[in-house]
Design a protein around this ligand. Structure first.
Ligand code: HEC
Ligand code: HEC
Length: 136
């Protein structure tokens, strides 16, 4: 069930990406050539899938972390914050004895840019994030 939700979220984001790519005059290729400025993600990472997952996990658009249209630029400080987060998630996963990746961006973020550190107050209406699963 979880996996199916994740897969449909990823599919949804790629459909939206394709829609965004079709601007004025002809199809725009995404990603825009091979990445030029990866400092944390390993070479060969599926950028489209990974970025779609980031977007869904935080409930944000690409420009939350990127200068619009300049994905290799580091001028948006959220991008470096996200790099720290990739390291944090990897460090946590390294502690699990079975060697599997149990913790993703979504594990903490649940569709919000700033994860909650406390449960909602009784009766508080929580704003459902975009990437939020059912029944959360
Ligand atoms: C939560 C922040 C975040 C969001 C949202 C995000 N990205 Fe990224 N993106 C990053 C980070 C961090 C890197 C660099 C990773 C590294 O240094 O290894 C990156 C790298 C990239 C690259 C490679 C650029 C290069 O030349 O090195 C592309 C292309 C890209 N993102 C596209 C996108 C698109 C398209 C979206 C929206 C679907 C998106 N990103 C959403 C954080 C984000
Ligand atoms: C262990 C929990 C945890 C995981 C896993 C995690 N984050 Fe975070 N993230 C946080 C917390 C907590 C904050 C808020 C920090 C603060 O209040 O300054 C945050 C903040 C951020 C911010 C800055 C938001 C803002 O508006 O200032 C970005 C961007 C971000 N995370 C991206 C990611 C990405 C991308 C991943 C997956 C690679 C990820 N995070 C995984 C806990 C987590």
């Amino acid at each position: 069930m979880r996996v199916r939700l994740l897969v449909s979220l990823l599919l949804l984001s790629s459909i939206q990406l394709m829609a965004q790519g079709r601007g004025r005059g002809g199809p725009v290729v995404f990603p825009p050539g091979p990445p030029k400025n990866l400092r944390v993600l390993p070479a060969g990472t599926n950028i489209r899938e990974t970025m779609g997952a980031f977007r869904a996990a935080l409930g944000v658009q690409c420009t939350y972390c990127h200068v619009a249209g300049e994905y290799d630029s580091d001028d948006n400080p959220k991008k470096n914050m996200a790099r720290n987060m990739i390291r944090i998630a990897a460090d946590i996963n390294a502690e699990f004895p079975d060697g599997k990746s149990h913790v993703t961006c979504y594990t903490c973020h649940r569709g919000e840019a700033k994860p909650r550190t406390e449960p909602p107050a009784p009766g508080e209406v929580t704003q459902p994030g975009r990437g939020r699963g059912r029944g959360r």
